[in-house]
Every structure is written in C-alpha cells, then in structure tokens.
Design a protein around this ligand. Structure first.
Ligand code: NAD
Length: 373
C-alpha cells in the first residue's frame, strides 16, 4: 500500500513527519494523532522493523491509542507516538538521538516524547539536549524517573474500583488476587496489595523473581502456565499482551480482570465475551494510565506527592467506565472508548465556541522550556 493511502486508512491523524539523516543514519516517523486536548504526548519506540510499512502501521496505531488513553485519563494531552527504525542493541548513538531531538523540536511542542520499548532514560537525556519537549528525563534534570511505581499505584486504585463495582466492597482485605508478571509494575503492585491485606498469589517465568517476591511478602506461588486460569477474585495481568484469547477465555476462573499489561485482549471481541461471562474487565489503557499521569505531572514541574494524587484518579475514571458500560449495555472496553471520544468532542466544541484561551498544556510548555539543562 502507498504511504499516504496507509495514513488515510489508519484514521484521522493530524500530522505525520518522516525524519531522515544520512550522516547519523536516522530513520524515524513521528505521528501526531489528535491535539484537541493538548500537545500530543507519547513515547519513542526503537525497533528493528522488518520493513518501513510495519513501522508506519505501528506508529499510526500507537499514536491513536495515546489519544484515547490521555482523554480517558482526564489529562489535557493529545495523542502521539514516534518510532525509530533500528536495532536498539546496536544502532544507538548520541548523534542519532540528538538529531531525532532536533526533529521533535521542529514541531514546537505539538509533540512531546518519552521513553518506550527500546529507549531509555539516557536516550531521553540526549533528546533533551536538543529540545525541551521530552519527558521521562533523569531525576537529576528535574524529570520524574521510573514511572512503574505510579503505574502500579494506578493499577491498585483500579483494582479497588473494580472490587467496589463487582462486590460492592471498599476493602481488599482477603480478596484473592493472582498477579502475572513480577517486573517493574507487578513487583510494586504486590507490595501495595499485601499492605491492603489482599491474599496475593504470584507467577513469573523468572524463577528468581518469584522466589524473591514470595519470600519478601509471603505470597503463594502459581505455575506461570496456570496463572491466567487460576481460581481467584481478581486476575492482574502485568506481563505481556493478548492473555485473554480464544484458548484462555473459556477457562477463566476469575471474577475480575484488572492489571497493568498493555493490549490484554487478543481481539476486541474478547471484551464482549468477558461481558457475557459476567467477568468485569478493567480496560487496560484506563487502568494502566498511571505512568502517563506521572509524566504529565512532570510537565507542570515534578512532585512525587502530586503524581501519587493524580494516579489515584484511576479509581474514578474506571467507575465512570463501568457506569457507561451498565447504562449503555456495552462491554467495558467499548465504554472506555466512548468516554474518551465524548470528552474530546466536548472540548472541541468548547474550543469552537470560546476560542482564545487554551487549557493547561500551553502554560505547561512554557514550564518545560524553562527547565535547566
Ligand atoms: P517488565 O519487563 O519489567 O516485567 C514483565 C515481567 O513479566 C517480567 O518479570 C517477565 O519475566 C514476566 N513475564 C513475561 N512473560 C511471562 C509469562 N508468560 N508468565 C509470567 N510472567 C511473565 O515490564 P513492566 O514494565 O513491569 O511492564 C509490564 C506490563 O505493563 C507490560 O505489558 C507493559 O507494556 C505494561 N505497562 C507498563 C508501564 C510501566 O510504567 N512500566 C506502564 C504502562 C503499561
């Protein structure tokens, strides 16, 4: 398919920028999906794509996802994403990231970048040498550092909202929760859950991690092949995507699916299937928005306390999704999309009728340009 055809086919992107530099070998694409709510924020993924078509498809899909995530999170941010074509293990250089930073800068704050798969906080520091429009920079530069404690805190609040919705309870005491994946997010989540008195079981393919966490918190251990179908109140997927699929769906023994992993549904129809089974599903991009909320706080001048306050909002956001799902009799993943779309539409109307004053993001950008290098 031709490039412009593909861009048109993938929806209503505002701008797609191809970045190329012969000397440093940069080949990157920045996609700005929608800036109705604010500047388009989304990470830069570095990946050895098989071909340019795959890279373009990925950036178009991911940037649109960011529009929905920011909107449903209630943030004054739009959706964007960038991909750098290359091997993150071999092709990284200072010049590559600084040249990419110069491209980001040329968009004058319409797109703000961050870490993603294949990029690190050190790469962001190079980008920051060329542009202020980057988040997730090291703490020593005024950045917010590792987002995972905040993502996990959002997931905790999302689990609480889901337990409230399903069991009408305000407490996680003795609630049986199976956590799949004990990486950055999962390990923090186990810490929070055990402090709430939940009965936590854990699984990971990394045996050392399982041993460390289960000894530290006294949790039960489940075989990683059995965790998705384990009998529990809440299944919290915090590893890879597509865990709710044709193989697992009929074998689920949980009442709620609420975890931090991205893309938990193999396909959209699996969200409908969960509704039919009476299993409450916390849409992934709503419950795992804590990391995004954390970098949003960075844009305003960072405070950990404010970041924790912000991530607590996942509770109300999810209750809103559940209310829409009940009232409109639609699956929760669709209810989340509705929530996001309605907010964008209503703010677009507001802009049309009361143009002039932009909300927060543009004072935010001023803050960003003032940060010290
Ligand atoms: P991570 O790489 O630190 O941890 C993933 C863990 O899952 C590892 O310990 C790995 O061994 C384990 N794992 C992999 N396959 C498994 C399997 N089949 N069974 C059991 N365990 C398995 O990643 P992370 O940063 O903790 O992120 C976890 C998920 O949350 C990912 O889907 C990520 O996209 C998503 N997410 C993370 C953040 C964040 O702030 N880190 C934000 C939003 C979403």
């Amino acid at each position: 398919m031709l490039t412009f055809e593909m861009i048109e086919k993938h929806g209503d992107h505002e701008q797609v920028v191809f970045c190329y530099d012969k000397d440093c070998g940069l080949k990157a694409i920045i996609a700005v999906h929608n800036t109705t709510l604010g500047p388009a924020l989304g990470g830069t993924r570095m990946w050895n794509y098989a071909n340019e078509e795959d890279a373009l498809k990925d950036v178009l899909r991911l940037s649109k996802g960011m529009t929905y995530k920011a909107s449903a999170a209630g943030l004054n941010l739009g959706g964007g994403k960038a991909v750098i074509i290359g091997d993150p293990k071999k092709d990284k250089t200072e010049a590559l990231f600084r040249t990419f930073g110069a491209y980001v800068n040329s968009l004058n704050g319409k797109y703000i970048t961050a870490e993603d798969v294949g990029t690190t906080v050190h790469d962001m520091a190079y980008i920051f040498m060329e542009t202020p429009y980057v988040t997730g920079i090291p703490q020593s530069f005024g950045g917010s550092g590792d987002p995972s404690p905040f993502t996990a805190h959002g997931v905790l609040m999302g689990i609480k909202a889901s337990v409230k919705e399903k069991f009408k309870s305000d407490s996680l005491k003795d609630v049986r929760i199976s956590v799949q994946g004990l990486g950055n997010v999962g390990s923090h989540l186990v810490d929070y859950l055990t402090k709430e008195g939940a009965r936590v079981s854990v699984a990971d393919i990394d045996k050392e991690r399982v041993q460390k966490i289960s000894e530290k918190y006294g949790t039960a251990v489940i075989d990683p092949d059995k965790v998705i179908t384990s009998e529990c109140d809440v299944l919290a997927p915090c590893a890879m995507g597509a865990v709710i699929n044709d193989q697992t769906i009929s074998e689920l023994r949980c009442k709620i699916v609420a975890g931090g992993a991205n893309n938990q549904l193999a396909e959209h129809r699996h969200g409908d299937a969960l509704l039919e089974l009476g299993i409450l599903y916390a849409p992934d991009y709503v419950i795992n928005a804590g990391g995004l909320m954390n970098v949003f706080v960075e844009l305003e001048g960072y405070s950990r306390e404010r970041a924790f306050e912000k991530t607590a909002q996942v509770y109300d956001n999810l209750l809103q999704v559940y209310r829409i799902s009940r009232e409109q009799k639609i699956a929760t993943h669709l209810a989340a999309d509705r929530l996001a779309e309605v907010r964008i539409k209503s703010i677009a109307n507001l802009r049309q009728h009361h143009h002039g004053r932009m909300a927060r993001p543009f004072s935010t950008l001023k803050e960003m340009t003032n940060r010290q290098k």
